[in-house]
Design a protein around this ligand. Structure first.
Ligand code: HXC
Length: 258
């Protein structure tokens, strides 16, 4: 498996996807994005998995889309093959929580991949940037949309227009990442977080993720209505009744994930 562009593993209810092109800092080509999409889809469909973690190497989560490949493409190539949409966007279909565990560089498409995840846990040495402008390109995997939603226009414009990299502490302060931990304990912390989230009801997690994402897709009143209906729907599930009953009985809930 070591020569595969991604490596998958599982630890109890956590599915782990490791990007594995270390020699090119995990540059994201079609082979990687197709394999990543397939692994995400497989874990998402697997009832024994509750949460998915995506990680890179200690040097790079991913240094962006593969420039060596893109350099040969024409407008017609990318337009007709629907570059990005054709495989990068698979992650948007994933209903289970996805955690990015980011060590080292998360640049360009690598930063955008992290931004597409639900939680970003960063090692203290991580660096985030959208340097596409240096290549005469622009962030095209959602970066110009997700970054301002995450950190606001002022900081997003600065990152995009100046190609400035943020270190993990800045990224944390601006709201780009969820948590910063020591590099040495990043994997352990990300997997512990994943295991903890995965212990909750899978159906409740899916509904919850959908609700939070709705905040970015709809006006407040519609989002609130969506949330209210999702809450009402929880009362039709065995897990919500089990969770509340377990609380009353002062015991740990045993979720069916339904
Ligand atoms: C292809 C890449 C790469 C990339 C690094 N490499 N990033 N190959 N695509 N995005 C390769 C290098 O060519 C080199 O291969 C090897 O990885 C190690 O990189 P070095 O440059 O030698 O390392 P270092 O000097 O430490 O510099 C690290 C770096 C630099 C600062 C990250 O590699 C760099 O600037 N990379 C490009 C970052 C970038 O611009 N990302 C955005 C891409 S555009 P060799 O064979 O020479 O050893 C993008 C568009 C998104 O993501 C649009 C929609 C998705």
């Amino acid at each position: 498996m070591q020569d595969h562009v991604i490596i998958t593993a599982r630890e109890n209810r956590v599915g782990i996807i490791t990007l594995n092109r270390p020699k090119v800092l995990n540059a994201l080509n079609d082979e990687v994005m197709n394999a990543l999409g397939a692994a995400l889809t497989a874990f998402d469909a697997d009832d024994s998995i509750g949460v998915i973690v995506i990680e890179g190497s200690s040097r790079a989560f991913a240094a962006g889309a593969d420039i060596a490949v893109m350099a040969n493409w024409s407008y017609s190539d990318v337009y007709s093959s629907n570059f990005i949409t054709r495989n990068w966007e698979t992650i948007r279909q994933v209903r289970k929580p996805v955690i990015a565990s980011v060590a080292g560089l998360a640049l360009g498409g690598g930063c955008e991949l992290a931004l597409s995840c639900d939680i970003i846990v960063a090692g203290r040495g991580a660096k985030f940037g959208l340097p596409e402008i240096k290549l005469g390109l622009l962030p095209g995997a959602g970066g110009t949309q997700r970054l301002p939603r995450a950190i606001g226009k002022a900081k997003a414009m600065d990152m995009c227009l100046s190609a400035r990299m943020l270190d993990a502490e800045e990224a944390d302060r601006y709201g780009l990442v969820s948590r910063v931990v020591d590099d040495a304990s990043l994997r352990e912390e990300a997997l512990a977080l994943a295991a903890s989230v995965a212990s909750f009801s899978a159906s409740a997690l899916m509904a919850l993720k959908e609700c939070v994402n709705r905040a970015f897709e709809s006006p407040l009143a519609e989002g609130i209505l969506f949330e209210r209906r999702e809450l009402h729907a929880r009362f039709a599930t065995p897990d919500a009744h089990e969770g509340m009953r377990a609380f009353m009985e002062k015991r740990r809930p045993v979720f069916e994930h339904r």
